[in-house]
Design a protein. Structure first.
Length: 378
């Protein structure tokens, strides 16, 4: 008997998540140093120094299991967000909260509706639970097509996900459009508002998902310490939801899913307002620079509310940027072979990226229009 006959068919059919290429890997492959990674939407300033200090202080206790309730973090965050402590569920990244929702609500034949392109983990989590991923194309501006998503909700729909701002496009939906969408949702559907990048949003009408947690039972807002707080390597994220929904996820959760270093670091990061403000300033300035400079090179840049931009740099640009020592995220897997997703980096990293794109565009101009990204858009 082979495992092939025993593995669950929906698991065998999954395509594993492809993470951003590590800097060390590219440096080894090319025999270069000082490659730049702008591929995983990490904080280019690194972790909060206060978080690093707090972890140092906690190192001597790692022989103990962590506090399974993450009490200190729970108390602090509940105060910050003005929610009850029982409304919070912590995970090894907000990825894990998605997994818990799938574990609690999805089974064979159930459906989950989400936009596409969106976060690459959604189909993996949904299909991994044996459920069907009902994907709804973004509109022509790469924004969630909420009326089309509403139309895709049917009797088998158990979960609906809105990624706001959306990864990999950086686009967001406004408060009024989101309200119209949510008001039309059946009450027994779990609504996930994935706000991994909400801290970066600059659109004036960007909605605060937490208001929907208060207004609509069965709504989970997902947030993370991986992005603006710079703690991606520690794996800590959380969901905010009503107490009933949180109770189901708590039943499905492993007891020590958030490790003790992650908990102290997350607490310290929440208190490090200066690091947060530095990060937001750098990201906003860097985002403006990338939009301006890439635009001047004739590259279409999608307006972004996140710490990354979707840019139409042209065919093969992912590979060509790699050869220039700059790692971005290819978008071919989303059906956008001429686009890449670029994380906003430090001023120096952004400069390296812009220079690499300039060289690539120069090559393209020299080679004739068939390589240019700005020509004939279908
Ligand atoms: C939209 C979105 N949601 C959730 C996550 C998961 O983040 P983490 O598991 O690191 O909290 C990511 C990570 O890139 C993301 O882009």
């Amino acid at each position: 008997m082979t495992l092939e006959k025993r593995v669950k068919p929906h698991v065998a059919a999954l395509s594993p998540y492809v993470p951003g290429k590590p800097v060390e890997e590219l440096e080894r492959e090319l025999g270069i140093r000082e490659a730049v990674k702008l591929a995983s939407n990490e904080n280019p300033l690194g972790p909060s120094p206060k978080a690093v200090e707090a972890m140092r202080g906690a190192l001597a206790n790692v022989h103990r299991y962590p506090d399974g309730a993450s009490f200190v973090l729970r108390e602090k965050l509940a105060g910050r967000l003005d929610v009850a402590q029982e409304q919070l569920v912590f995970g090894a990244g907000s990825d894990e909260i998605l997994e818990l929702i799938a574990k609690a609500f999805l089974g064979d034949g159930d459906e989950t509706v989400f936009a596409w392109p969106s976060f690459a983990m959604y189909p993996i989590v949904v299909k991994g639970a044996g459920a069907r991923a009902v994907t709804v194309p973004l509109d022509a501006d790469f924004v969630h097509d909420l009326p089309a998503m509403a139309a895709a909700v049917g009797p088998r729909t158990r979960v609906v996900i809105v990624c706001n701002p959306n990864n990999p496009t950086g686009t967001s939906v406004g408060a009024a459009a989101l309200e119209r969408f949510i008001e039309g949702l059946p009450a027994d559907v779990v609504l996930v508002l994935d706000e991994a990048y909400c801290e970066y949003a600059r659109s004036e009408d960007f909605p605060d998902g937490l208001t929907w947690v208060a207004r609509r039972p069965g709504t989970a807002v997902l947030r993370t310490f991986s992005k603006v707080y710079g703690l991606a390597g520690l794996r800590v994220g959380y969901g905010v939801m009503d107490v009933e929904l949180a109770g189901y996820l708590e039943r499905a959760r492993h007891p020590f899913n958030v490790n003790s270093l992650a908990e102290v670091a997350a607490c310290a990061a929440l208190d490090d307002v200066a690091h947060l403000e530095r990060t937001l300033r750098l990201t906003r300035e860097g985002g403006d620079t990338l939009a301006r400079e890439l635009g001047a090179l004739g590259v279409e840049v999608t307006p972004s509310d996140a710490n990354f931009v979707l840019a139409r740099t042209g065919p093969d640009s992912y590979e060509r940027l790699l050869r220039a020592g700059v790692i971005v995220r290819p978008m071919g897997g989303f059906g956008l072979p001429e686009h890449v997703r670029i994380t906003i980096g430090t001023a120096e990293e952004n400069r390296r990226l812009i220079e690499a794109v300039r060289a690539l565009r120069g090559d393209a101009d020299a080679a004739g229009p068939q390589h240019g990204a700005a020509e004939a858009r279908p």
